[in-house]
Design a protein around this ligand. Structure first.
Ligand SMILES: Nc1nc2c(c(=O)[nH]1)N[C@H]1C(S)=C(S)[C@@H](COP(=O)(O)OP(=O)(O)OC[C@H]3O[C@@H](n4cnc5c(=O)[nH]c(N)nc54)[C@H](O)[C@@H]3O)O[C@H]1N2
Ligand SMILES: Nc1nc2c(c(=O)[nH]1)N[C@H]1C(S)=C(S)[C@@H](COP(=O)(O)OP(=O)(O)OC[C@H]3O[C@@H](n4cnc5c(=O)[nH]c(N)nc54)[C@H](O)[C@@H]3O)O[C@H]1N2
Ligand SMILES: [Mo]
Length: 761
């Protein structure tokens, strides 16, 4: 059995450098860092040429995050981390057949994620045959035949599982789901299952749509913005510009986070650096340093105060909501002691925050993984909705919910059908457009897929992008499960650990990235994407492909379609002219009428959003619903801690760009665990000591050795470590109620000290 990852080595311990936590985000260091990453990976002239095309009307959509583009763009519509994402895709080095000859899989497994990604772009289709130690080249046609034969020989369609990561374009995702459903299954797990699934579930149940309800322009008209469980300085840097502008227009910002994340304190705009205006802006007016998992208690405290002081919008509540009476009686069980204890925030501060909410004329609530990846991920977001509904902050200018998405097209992928649990209405409309019957039974999400792999009932596993092994929980358990599969297929741009822990046979199919020119049938093609605020627009690659052997995602799907469902769709036509895919989307998806025409407008078009546009709610009652939820039990045993897993400033999910978490002042080593200094003292620990961590959950135990302790400003009882290194501690069975999202921000761990002598695992 192959083991997924390597522990820390003594050299790593020495490589850790600790600096001060940065007070301000972006500015000159960010501008320099973007250029450095680019120049190192692409060279000077390509760097400048490339960065000037990011997020321009006729350029490509930044593969970084899903934050929308302003209508009036500057020529530098990218950020430090977007520049890293672009440089990483457009880099010069190649992972080619010689590379795979030189390194066998066992050797590659010993390398770090950072090293694997640094080797370059995958240039040729490769196969790992059963029992062999090295990948060898394979012809595209042969690879397509092998996949199709493997799928045809399955005795049930459910034995195939088809994952998608969120960079896939609307066109590729639409074709992919059509192909998978034509095979007779809805086994379409995606990264969203681990990301904003809780947001979708909470929003559908309360306001009848699984998406946010604000435009970018609303930020400038807002009076109060909440940033909850989100680290925009690192993960959505362009959002800081929107926050700065909102602030200049008089809005207040409250940051709710166990960590004092840089960026929300001070922000220097890198573009202004270029214009020589070096002022920095204090962004957040209040930081509530909530304990991990303490948000539900905090929000209930605020809601209680609003109810007690009659600070709510009676007209809005009467006209547009139901269950207000039930909310009032539910809040009779309220206890300030419990709220203060669970949230870690004083009553005085909660009331101060509640007063800001009460006096706000337009509130926007933004959130990300700090809320969704919890056992109560769905219900805590329902508390946020409760808070907004009380003040009538939905469907009002300058107000609304804003789940800030991760992957640049994760929202679009779901809109066009990447969904293991499609609704009947969705399937009906899809059947009409496609002209064939679709399976109704829901398929596996990410966690259910791993259970099925574990049971040995998955024969073929195809991944449209992503790094399934490293992104999912319980790395060792998942690795074992994956190795039960017959054939695993990774459609990828860069090398990662999912290419090394595989089924009995494994294929790597290299694809064109977002930045690259896509020519089909001698004609340049563009694709479309949807950003975090429901704007659908074009993205056209501009760079010469890194290898002539790359294929586009839609053409790969079409080649499989030709072999597996030749009579269902005109696959050849579809892959040769993406306009024909968009026509098919127009016929199959509601809100996509005249898609080809509308998406050619400069700024694309806005998908309909009934709560935002006309205060209409697609819920059983036709109104927005208040939710009544008990507080989660956030108690842990005296020798246990709550660990969250998070991103550093130098990574994109499982892709590690470098070893600098610049804003947090942690450099050179990622195998660190941040701890409160009182907890360290109680355990006789000092910074740079090494500990072993274990996480137990309902009788299962995971052990992860050799973590370097770093004292940090984090609530007592809480710890933080980086994703994906810490994923071996995330229990597979610990998931959010209703959304089944792994609880990557709520891992109960205990620690043991290692002796000063370094121990082998
Ligand atoms: N550069 C870069 N950009 C990215 C990504 C990347 O890896 N790199 N990833 C993309 C993706 S897919 C996503 S989903 C987003 C992720 O964007 P974020 O959600 O910002 O990412 P995380 O690092 O997971 O950070 C979660 C934040 O939640 C806080 N937190 C943890 N637990 C709690 C809690 O219980 N309550 C509260 N209030 N806060 C908590 C953490 O301190 C941290 O600041 O970013 C996207 N953009
Ligand atoms: N412990 C813990 N686990 C987590 C999280 C956490 O906060 N903590 N976050 C979760 C979240 S929010 C998410 S979204 C998931 C992310 O899970 P994934 O989306 O599966 O992971 P990524 O690291 O984004 O995938 C990176 C790989 O995608 C491929 N790739 C990049 N661009 C393209 C492209 O254009 N096309 C194709 N076909 N392939 C491409 C490259 O080969 C690259 O190695 O991880 C989740 N896992
Ligand atoms: Mo995500």
């Amino acid at each position: 059995m192959q083991e997924p990852s390597e522990g820390v080595t003594p050299e790593d311990l020495n490589s850790l450098r600790l600096g001060k936590v940065k007070k301000s985000a972006a500015g000159i260091p960010a501008a320099i860092s973007s250029l450095n990453h680019g120049i190192r990976k692409m060279g000077v002239s390509k760097t400048i040429k490339t960065l000037l095309m990011v997020n321009q009307k006729d350029g490509f959509d930044c593969p970084g995050c899903a934050w929308p583009d302003p209508k009036h763009r500057t020529s530098f519509e990218f950020c430090e981390n977007g520049a890293k994402a672009v440089a990483d895709e457009a880099m010069k080095d190649r992972v080619n057949p010689n590379f795979f000859k030189r390194y066998d899989v066992q050797t590659l497994l010993k390398k770090s994620d950072y090293w694997l990604n640094k080797q370059g772009r995958i240039s040729h289709p490769m196969i790992l045959k059963p029992g062999s130690s090295n990948y060898v080249p394979i012809q595209w046609e042969e690879a397509f035949d092998l996949i199709s034969e493997s799928i045809k020989s399955m005795d049930q369609p459910e034995r195939g599982v088809y994952y998608t990561s969120g960079r896939t374009s609307n066109e590729a995702a639409f074709l992919y789901q059509a192909l998978v459903r034509s095979l007779g299954t809805n086994n379409l797990p995606d990264c969203s299952n681990m990301c904003h699934e809780s947001s979708g579930k909470a929003l559908v149940s309360t306001i009848g749509i699984g998406k946010g309800t604000v435009h970018l322009e609303d930020f400038n008209k807002s009076d109060l913005i909440l940033v909850v469980g989100q680290n925009p300085g690192t993960n959505h840097p362009r959002m800081l510009t929107a926050l700065r502008d909102a602030k200049r227009n008089g809005s207040k910002i409250v940051n709710i986070n166990p960590l004092p994340e840089t960026g929300l304190s001070r922000f220097k705009h890198p573009q202004e650096y270029m214009e020589m205006d070096l002022t920095s802006t204090q962004l957040s007016d209040m930081h509530l340093q909530v304990k991990i998992g303490g948000d539900a208690a905090l929000f209930q405290g605020v809601i209680k105060h609003l109810l007690d002081t009659n600070s709510y919008d009676t007209t809005f509540i009467e006209e547009h909501t139901i269950y207000f009476e039930q909310l009032i009686s539910h809040m009779k069980n309220f206890s300030w002691d419990q709220v203060i204890q669970d949230s870690g925030i004083s009553k005085k501060q909660i009331i101060e925050f509640a007063e800001m909410c009460a006096s706000s004329t337009a509130t926007i609530a933004c959130w990300a993984m700090g809320l969704t990846q919890h056992r109560n991920g769905v219900s805590v977001i329902q508390e946020v909705v409760n808070l907004l509904l009380l003040g009538g902050h939905i469907g009002r200018e300058g107000a609304g919910v804003c789940p800030v998405r991760g992957h640049s097209n994760v929202q679009g992928d779901r809109t066009v059908g990447i969904w293991e649990a499609p609704s009947e209405i969705f399937l009906e409309s899809m059947e009409k457009g496609l002209g064939f019957d679709l399976p109704k039974e829901h398929g596996y999400d990410v966690v259910e897929s791993i259970y099925a792999m574990e049971k040995g009932i998955v024969d073929v596993f195809i991944c449209m992008g992503g790094n399934f092994l490293s992104a999912t929980p319980d790395t060792r358990r998942t690795a074992k499960a994956i190795q039960n599969i017959g054939l695993t297929v990774q459609i990828s741009t860069k090398l990662n650990r999912s290419h090394l822990i595989t089924g009995k046979s494994a294929l790597i199919l290299p694809v064109l990235g977002r930045t690259e020119i896509d020519i089909q049938n001698s004609k340049k093609q563009f694709v479309t994407v949807e950003n975090s605020m429901g704007v659908v627009h074009r993205s056209e690659g501009k760079l010469k492909p890194t290898s002539s052997s790359l294929r586009s995602e839609p053409s790969i799907v079409a080649e499989l379609g030709k072999r597996l469902a030749p009579e269902k769709l005109p696959w050849n036509t579809l892959s040769q002219d993406y306009d024909t895919i968009r026509d098919l989307m127009s016929n199959s998806l509601s809100g996509f009428e005249n898609y080809n025409e509308r998406v050619r407008h400069d700024n694309g078009f806005l998908l309909p959003n009934p709560p935002r546009d006309k205060l209409e709610f697609d819920t059983p009652s036709g109104k927005a619903a208040f939710s009544m939820n008990p507080l989660p039990d956030v108690s842990v045993k005296s020798n246990e801690y709550v660990l969250m897993t998070m991103r550093s400033h130098d990574q994109y999910n499982t892709t590690i760009y470098g070893l600098h978490d610049r804003y947090r002042g942690i450099h050179g080593n990622r195998r660190v665990v941040l701890m409160n200094s009182l907890d360290m003292a109680e355990n006789g620990l000092k910074t740079r000591d090494m500990v072993h961590l274990s996480s137990s959950f309902e009788g299962t135990l995971r052990q992860s050795n050799n973590w370097i302790v770093v004292a940090y400003d984090i609530p007592k009882g809480n710890m933080a470590a980086y994703f994906p290194e810490a994923n071996e501690l995330v229990p597979l069975d610990s998931v959010a109620e209703k959304s089944n999202t792994p609880t990557s921000k709520w891992i109960v761990v205990s620690l043991s000290k290692t002796s000063d002598v370094f121990e082998e695992e």
